[in-house]
Design a protein around this ligand. Structure first.
Ligand SMILES: [Zn+2]
Length: 160
């Protein structure tokens, strides 16, 4: 794999080998906390207090990679991202998917002031997936330090 991911002194070489789950969880946790402020700023959501944490796959709705809950009055939000136990061994693919999830959930926050009827929900998910994809494509050359990957645009994944 042609990837430039270097986190905490981890070389691309070691990333191609299977890693213990504790290591993968620690890397995932570090990564989501690093990209959150970056994307929060890019999406101009700095007036929100956004918390982020990993969640076990069984604690998420089946078929989703994350979710977000917010309080519009308090301007607080919590993003859950599926933890490393829900991903196959490929760390690069895992981190890419996690970034897709973070951006997707932040766009939900961007739209938080708009009322969404049940009938519009799937349309909204569709639109958010497209916007996420577009943002990440334009972001390829300017991703947060150390986490950029040279191997094509990230794949979109279903998240709540
Ligand atoms: Zn969604």
């Amino acid at each position: 794999m042609c990837a430039a991911l270097t986190a905490g002194g981890v070389s691309a070489q070691t990333l191609s080998e299977p890693q213990p789950v504790e290591y993968r969880q620690a890397l995932a946790n570090q990564y989501i906390h690093e990209i959150l402020p970056y994307w929060q700023k890019r999406l101009q959501l700095n007036d929100w207090n956004v918390y982020i944490l990993l969640a076990r796959p069984e604690d998420l709705r089946p078929g989703t990679l994350g979710n977000i809950h917010w309080d519009r009055e308090l301007k607080t939000a919590t993003i859950h991202v599926m933890d490393a136990s829900g991903y196959p061994a490929d760390l690069i693919a895992m981190l890419k998917d996690m970034q897709v999830t973070v951006v997707h959930e932040l766009i939900h926050l961007e739209l938080a002031s708009l009322p969404v009827s049940e009938a519009d929900r799937s349309n909204q998910e569709f639109a958010i997936d497209h916007i996420t994809d577009a943002l990440l494509r334009t972001d390829m050359s300017e991703a947060p330090s150390g986490y950029s990957s040279a191997s094509g645009p990230p794949e979109t994944s279903p998240s709540e």
